[in-house]
Design a protein around this ligand. Sequence first.
Ligand code: UN1
Length: 511
Amino acid sequence: MLRQALTELGLTGHSRVLLDPPANAGADSTLALVHSPTTGKPIAAVKLDDERSYNAAIGRSAEAFKRWREVPAPVRGQVVRAIGNEFRASKKALGAIITAEVGKITSESEGEVQETIDIADFAVGLSRQLYGLTMPSERPGHAMREQWLPLGPIGVISAFNFPNAVWAWNAMLAAVCGDTTVWKPSLLAPITAIATNAIAQRVASAMGHEDLFTLVIGRDDVVGERLIADARLPLISATGSCRMGKRVGEVVAKRLGRSLLELGGNNAAIVHEDADLDLAARAILFAAVGTCGQRCTTTRRLIAHEKIADALVARLVKAYSSVRIGDPAAEGTLVGPLVNARAVEGFAAAVAAAKLQGGTILVGGEKHAQPGLPGHFVQPTIIRAPANNTLPIASEETFAPILYVFTYRDPEEAIAMQNSVAQGLSSAIFTRSAGLAERFLSPAGTGSDCGLAYVNMGTSGAEIGGAFGGEKETGGGRESGSDSWKAYMRRQTCTINFSGKLELAQGIRFE
Ligand code: UN1
């Protein structure tokens, strides 16, 4: 599957990918083995960067930036348009690589590439709309305006779970903003990154723009730490765990660089007594079980009104029991494997902790044995909190398909529970009451404390047109749509005196 997809993309001969890794590849520090989550077996090896090749890559990106920023933004948009079209043509093959490498089911892998295509379209439009404001000056014969200028080579760190689209959210915007991108992908998904970057770079090179997109692949001590400390990169945009984000934030702040952090979530869905339970159950099923629970937006907590909790949970248990687990490339599969054995350990540890804390397993809770596929499969799991509504493990983000169920009587209590975790990424309420929906979105900020708030929809599956990210330990950054582009540019306030006289602001006289 991998070889065929790379052939379709014209990348079988890529110098970094070894499709037949040597027997000693696991012991070779210049290589990283890539394992299939579905079989647990190695499928390829990739060549890693060392200090020298890292430095050369950043140098090339910095040089390319000096040329690229001179290209007018709408012309930059033409390059991004051509890149988006190439992703359109490559959707199936790239999707197959994502499925092979991280175990996403085919429709979700292709959906991820669609996010890349969508953000490219968005960026093309944006290339003619990098608007600055004009402001009235308080002085006669003066004009004031602000303009947005290219920022520099941007460092992008991405996680395994969105190995293609998260780069695009950053790189497509950065490109129209006049920036180049240096990408450090997860070592669990380097082949998707190599293919993605090669497609973009091939199109840009053919249009006369070398090194707009650069890839650095390596371990944290060789590449990651160097990248975040590198003063040549004015912005580091990082997506991944809260632990990783705290390290990035600390190191980048030390050099007074900018960081854009999109970190973990512990997302809840509140289901009120007046909700459409069929719709809620369907939405929660996808949000809790989709991507095998490995989205930062996955629904991890269900906060159900006590009058409908049993009925809702019964619907969910029934749906969970019929979800087809198995080969993510096979038609009809809804749940593929977790990404690796460590993720399975994390799943098992969370289930064990929940049991110890008085939780009741309503469905799932075990590893899933898939005939012929010795990969990292688990059963989607629902765990009900004890009657006192206390389950400490539920305040941790476990990257696995576990849904913890809590109940409430008063909506105020439900909102407080939803906000009671360290992260603030995504949230949802299901209700037919416009009043309660508005209460959840209160302009006073007393409703959901998350960056994303949904009404009658699940917590995952954001469209690219909105700003994506969240508060508290989610890191505060916004990527993708709306005015997120501003993070990739520097703002300049320009004041022009055409009066022929010198006048100081604030009425100061200095004569
Ligand atoms: C992530 O899990 O890091 O909203 C990103 C969603 C997707 C993006 C998830 N559009 O679920």
